[in-house]
Design a protein around this ligand. Structure first.
Ligand code: AMP
Ligand code: ZN
Length: 112
């Protein structure tokens, strides 16, 4: 499958991996939008939150937990944001589900 994040999972293309276990991988975003900006993704290819099945619930919970654990390790005690973009209007550009963790600056709300 021609999926850039599957290729990161398979180590076919380089990335700055922060964390990895049997189900998920976390790596630095190539174009950071904040001083801290990394992504947590499942190793299993799921296109977006639109395609989630009930059986994926625990996996997504694990992703949020790992993202938060890394945020703590990176010293984001002043706050951070976990973002999932879904679909074209949601601003999704890579069709492999991923959760952004952004922090290290004041983040605006609402997003654009
Ligand atoms: P989204 O717009 O929510 O689909 O986010 C996709 C994110 O993936 C963007 O923040 C990109 O900078 C990031 N990205 C795309 N390709 C790579 C890559 N090869 N390594 C790391 N991050 C990437
Ligand atoms: Zn994929």
């Amino acid at each position: 499958m021609d999926c850039v994040f599957c290729k990161i999972v398979e180590k076919e293309i380089p990335s700055e991996i922060i964390y990895e276990d049997e189900r998920v991988i976390a790596f630095e975003d190539l174009n950071p939008e904040a001083p801290t900006h990394f992504l947590v993704i499942p190793k299993k290819h799921i296109s977006s939150t639109w395609e989630l099945e009930k059986e994926d619930s625990e996996l997504i919970g694990h992703i949020i937990y790992i993202g938060s654990k890394i945020a703590r390790e990176k010293g984001l005690e002043e706050g951070y944001r976990i973002v999932n973009n879904c679909g074209e209007q949601g601003g999704q550009t890579v069709d492999h589900i991923h959760f952004h963790i952004l922090g290290g600056r004041n983040l605006q709300w609402p997003p654009g």
